[in-house]
Design a protein around this ligand. Structure first.
Ligand code: HEC
Length: 160
C-alpha cells in the first residue's frame, strides 16, 4: 500500500515538473509612443490611472507579468488572457485602429466596466487593488462618452 502511494506521489511530482517545460512565450512588444491611446486621445489623469491600474496588464504591450506567469499550469491561462485581451483591445496600438473601431471600442469599454465583466474576475483574485469602484466606472464612462464625440478630429487618421 505504501509503495503504491509513493508511486502515485512520484508520478504526480513528475507531471508537475514535466509541464514546466511547456512554456508559451510571454511578450512585451515594443511600444510606439505615437500610437498609444494617451498620444492619440485626451485621457483625463484620473481615467489614465484607472486604466493603468486595472486594464493595462491585459490591454497594452506594457504588461507587468506576475510571478505565477512563470509557473505552469497558471502561466498558460495568464498568457492566454493577455494575448487574447491585447487582440481585442490594445491601448498601446490605439493609433493603428480605424475611427470606426475606436468608436466601437470606446462604447464597449463603458459597457464592459458597467456590467463588471472587466477587469476579468480571475485577475481580481490576486490584484485586489484593480477592482473598480462605482466612481471609477463613472469616470471611465464619462470619458468614453466625451471621447467618442470630442476626440474625433484629433484621432481621425489611423497610423500604421
Ligand atoms: C486579466 C486580463 C484582463 C484585464 C485586467 C482586463 N481585461 Fe478586458 N479583456 C480581457 C480578455 C481576455 C478579453 C477578451 C474576451 C473576454 O471578454 O474575455 C477582454 C475583452 C475586453 C473588451 C471587449 C473588446 C471587444 O471588442 O469585444 C473590452 C472593452 C475590455 N476588455 C475592456 C477592459 C477594461 C476597460 C479593463 C480595465 C478596467 C479590462 N478590460 C481589464 C482581459 C482583461
Amino acid at each position: 500500500m505504501r509503495t503504491a502511494l509513493k508511486i502515485i506521489a512520484a508520478v504526480i511530482l513528475l507531471a508537475i515538473v514535466g509541464i514546466q517545460f511547456v512554456r508559451p512565450e510571454r511578450t512585451n512588444p515594443p511600444v510606439n509612443g505615437e500610437a498609444t491611446l494617451q498620444a492619440r486621445a485626451s485621457v483625463p489623469g484620473e481615467v489614465n490611472s484607472i486604466l493603468e491600474r486595472s486594464c493595462n496588464d491585459c490591454h497594452s504591450n506594457a504588461t507587468t507579468w506576475p510571478w505565477y506567469s512563470n509557473v505552469a499550469p497558471m502561466s498558460w491561462s495568464v498568457i492566454e488572457h493577455v494575448n487574447h485581451g491585447r487582440e481585442e483591445l490594445n491601448f498601446s496600438e490605439w493609433g493603428t485602429y480605424s475611427e470606426q473601431r475606436r468608436q466601437r471600442k470606446l462604447e464597449e469599454i463603458c459597457e464592459e466596466v458597467t456590467e463588471r465583466h472587466m477587469p476579468h474576475p480571475q485577475y481580481l483574485w490576486i490584484h485586489w487593488d484593480a477592482e473598480l469602484s462605482d466612481s471609477d466606472v463613472k469616470a471611465i464612462c464619462d470619458w468614453t462618452k466625451a471621447a467618442s464625440g470630442a476626440d474625433l478630429p484629433e484621432t481621425a487618421s489611423a497610423i500604421e
